[in-house]
Design a binder for this molecule. Structure first.
Ligand code: NAD
Length: 281
């Protein structure tokens, strides 16, 4: 199997020209930045996620006009396996191929495990964890049939590598995504399909903005204190990671340069998982 996933694209500014990409949870935050960067690189895009229908349509047409690629929207609920399968099948119907899958959709809920609502556990593990399996299974069937390889990137988290209080479902799900990434990479390697994870630290998106008041309540502190003392405490680089930083890592992982990178993760977490910052003694 050739590692030259993009060999047929002569346009160096559009290395993904002729490729089709699905980005789950791309109506907001990190997923939206990833979809935009892949479209700029020439890939046709399936957007997915929730939100205001008029706003989603406005963003879809704007992205298509700006980049010249085909952009479709699919409203699959990532907690529903049948809808995930249908989304992948419709992407294949629309573009005649599926080359790139970015499993990005995710939700969070912050609460101590002894009070953690069962329905929140089920929702978080379905969207953040099981959906990664269902989409990978469906997309890899088409990628194998095409015999031109494929790229699967799972947006895990620094919380796939280490834990913090009050996030049991999210942390279990993200650790599961990293394990699944390794296992799927082995199963699909002979077909030229790579499977990798990206592990962001804190990125200031609606998912994180929502947590600031929730955590302020749980810890009994002000919102500024939550940012400084909880969120950025473990970042050695005392800043949020940017959505473009994550998108650029995904662009690398779907590039030819990453043809031999599989079954691993890239942490973009300001040094969080490297160790304890400022612990000099
Ligand atoms: P966000 O809330 O801005 O976006 C989440 C996206 O997922 C939205 O498009 C939303 O509509 C979609 N979504 C939610 N439930 C869905 C469902 N059932 N079906 C389909 N789509 C659904 O969040 P974000 O911060 O951009 O998060 C994106 C990913 O990055 C998530 O997997 C998250 O866990 C991960 N992540 C985020 C951070 C961070 O600090 N923001 C850090 C590490 C990992």
């Amino acid at each position: 199997m050739s590692g030259f996933f993009f060999a047929h694209s002569a346009d160096h500014n559009k290395p993904l020209k002729g490729k089709a990409a699905i980005v789950t949870g791309s109506t907001s935050g990190i997923g939206r930045a990833i979809a935009e960067m892949l479209a700029e690189a020439g890939a046709d895009i399936v957007l997915n996620g929730f939100g205001d229908a008029a706003e989603i349509e406005k963003n879809r047409t704007a992205l298509a006009e700006k980049t010249g690629v085909r952009v479709f929207y699919n409203d699959a609920d990532m907690s529903k396996p049948a809808e995930i399968r249908e989304m992948v099948e419709k992407a294949h119907e629309a573009f005649g191929r599926v080359d790139i899958l970015v499993n990005n959709a995710g939700v969070q809920y912050v609460c101590s495990v002894d009070k953690f609502p069962e329905e929140k556990w089920d929702q978080i593990t379905a969207i953040n964890y099981s959906a990664v399996f269902h989409a990978t299974k469906a997309a890899s069937v088409f990628m194998k049939q095409q015999k031109t390889g494929g790229r699967i990137v799972n947006i895990a988290s620094a919380h796939g590598l280490t834990a913090s209080p009050y996030k049991s479902a999210y942390i279990a799900a993200k650790h599961g995504v990293i394990g699944f990434t390794k296992a799927a990479a082995l199963d699909l390697a002979e077909s030229g399909i790579t499977v990798n994870a990206v592990c962001p630290g804190y990125v200031l998106t609606p998912l994180v903005e929502r947590q600031i008041p929730e955590q302020a309540k749980e810890y009994g502190m002000s919102e500024d204190e939550v940012v400084e003392k909880i969120m950025l405490k473990n970042h050695a680089i005392k800043d949020f990671v940017g959505i473009e930083d994550i998108a650029a890592a995904v662009l690398y992982l779907v590039s030819d340069a990453a043809a031999k990178v599989t079954g691993t993760h890239m942490a973009l977490d300001g040094g969080w998982t490297a160790g304890t910052p400022a612990n000099k003694f």
